[in-house]
Design a protein around this ligand. Structure first.
Ligand SMILES: NC(=O)c1ccc[n+]([C@@H]2O[C@H](COP(=O)([O-])OP(=O)(O)OC[C@H]3O[C@@H](n4cnc5c(N)ncnc54)[C@H](O)[C@@H]3O)[C@@H](O)[C@H]2O)c1
Length: 459
């Protein structure tokens, strides 16, 4: 099976890529950065916001394993707009691209954080979910809902996987196990929030990756699975284990954090019964493998990045196709619109009105277009808002001078429109604005105008 792995350069995605290869599948990575772990896998560098690029990358794929996301809850809290764009709208784009490319199934990486706040002893995939309180959970749940909607509307198959808390080689340094191991290696005491009795359903990352591969099975179509281990570990137990495996550097207790996952017990029975998947790696074994990897990683020379020449050559053809696909259509639209506007002016001219009156009509349409574009394209970005206001006021002032004053009429050879021309002018302006708004909407959809980036750059 040819499978696109979004986020295939990341922590979990890179293990998924490894296991897809081991299982005889052909993975393709879609990520904004090259994989630091593999240079033998086809990689398409792109953003989740780039619908055209996503669709191109999916061509010929049977399934998509969608893992790319803003996955660090603290980063999400720091960058809410970008995180929502990646997690919610990014997932929508993946589904839309899959629909366009004729992909059969999208497997979506969600999280057991969706159960935060649930009451009762144990929750499973059928449990009702409450309203999320963290933006990370809200944006991941939005992705789950989009998967379902796409199935209802377009019959695109989905599988939702709610991951337990992953740990293991390649983990982000800020996660709890890497942070404890890092501190112990540096000879520092480990910090535990509260009494350290918060328990978590950790899952070893290679087990998780094998669950992702199993989720490609036909039985998993339109199903949701919790991928969790069957035992919980407390933060204090992790600290004690790390002390034992790395060095006895001591434990310090601090205040409880607000963004911690304080969930109920999550059942993994459905994944076991339907996919034959369980987390097989005991926690102590997984942490020991992580410590071993971390020692090797720190001792080794920096991992060579994917050869630049290869990425550049592979990317060149794709880039050309991308430019052709994303620019050709808006360009054709712009040409057709200009021809339509010119035809309108010629048609008005053929009514036999004086030249000055027809000139007024053409100038009014051009001025309306200029003011509309200046406001629509520059007002949203606070950095260009002042330019937008001043330049559109200037265009309006010149227009009023040229069309409404006797001096303007002399300089520009125009006339104040009479009643029949007034109606024709209003119609022309409406036509210009309708065509321009549709053109801008098309360019935004193709990623040629990125308002989120504009706002971000200006922040
Ligand atoms: N790590 C966890 O604790 C955890 C827990 C449950 C679920 N998940 C989910 O698992 C998935 C993978 O998480 P991870 O821990 O491997 O994260 P990660 O940050 O290690 O990997 C995410 C990858 O996605 C890429 N990416 C992010 N935004 C992108 C964008 N807009 N366009 C293109 N590429 C983009 C990044 O470059 C990165 O390589 C995510 O969907 C996450 O929500 C993670």
């Amino acid at each position: 099976m040819k499978v696109l792995v979004t986020g295939g350069s990341g922590f979990i995605g890179s293990h998924v890529v490894d296991q897809l290869v081991d299982a005889g599948h052909k993975p393709v990575i879609y990520d904004r950065r090259p994989s630091p772990y593999r240079d033998d896998i086809q990689t398409e560098l792109g953003e989740l916001s780039d619908l055209t690029m996503l669709e191109l990358a999916m061509s010929g794929c049977d399934a998509v394993l969608h893992l790319a996301a803003a996955a660090d809850v603290n980063e999400v809290a720091k960058m809410p707009v970008e995180s929502e764009a990646a997690n919610a709208r990014g997932t929508l784009n993946v589904l839309e691209a899959a629909r366009g490319a004729g992909v059969k199934r999208v497997v979506y990486a969600s999280t057991i954080w969706v159960y935060t706040g649930e009451s009762g002893e144990r929750v499973d995939e059928e449990s009702n979910l409450g309203m999320p309180n963290h933006l990370y959970t809200a944006s991941k749940l939005a992705g789950e809902m989009y998967c379902r909607s796409y199935n209802e509307l377009y019959e695109l198959e989905y599988t939702v996987l709610r991951f337990g808390i992953p740990y293991g080689p390649r983990a982000r340094p800020a996660a709890v196990v890497p942070a404890f191991v890092g501190k112990a290696m540096a000879g520092e005491a480990l910090t535990v929030a509260g009494a350290g009795d918060q328990s978590r359903r950790f899952v070893y990352v290679e087990d998780l990756a094998s669950g992702c591969v199993k989720a490609l099975d036909p039985i998993a179509a339109n199903r949701t699975y919790n991928l969790v281990s069957d035992s919980s570990v407390t933060i204090l137990e992790i600290a004690e284990l790390v002390q034992e495996l790395v060095a006895p550097t001591g434990i310090e207790y601090t205040e409880q954090r607000t963004a911690d996952y304080v969930g109920v017990e999550v059942s993994g029975v459905r994944a076991e019964e339907e996919l034959g998947w369980t987390a097989v790696t005991p926690f102590a074994e997984g942490v020991s493998r992580y410590v071993e990897w971390r020692r090797e990683d720190e001792a080794a020379a920096p991992v060579p990045m994917q050869p630049v020449a290869k990425v550049a050559t592979e990317g060149f053809t794709t880039a050309l196709t991308r430019v052709r696909k994303s620019v050709a259509m808006p360009f054709a639209y712009a040409v057709a619109s200009l021809m339509m506007l010119a035809a309108y002016v010629v048609a008005v001219d053929s009514l036999g009105l004086p030249d000055a009156q027809v000139g007024t009509l053409a100038v009014t349409m051009i001025a309306a277009l200029a003011v509309f574009l200046l406001i629509e394209l520059m007002w949203r970005n606070p950095k260009t808002r002042a330019i937008s206001a001043v330049s559109s006021a200037l265009v309006t002032a010149i227009f009023v001078f040229a069309v409404m004053t006797p001096w303007g009429h002399q300089v520009f050879h125009l006339a104040t429109p009479g009643r029949p021309l007034f109606v024709l002018t209003i119609t022309g302006v409406a036509l210009v604005i309708a065509l321009a708004s549709a053109g801008i909407a098309l360019a935004r959809r193709r990623g040629l105008i990125d308002d989120v980036a504009a706002v971000r750059l200006s922040a």
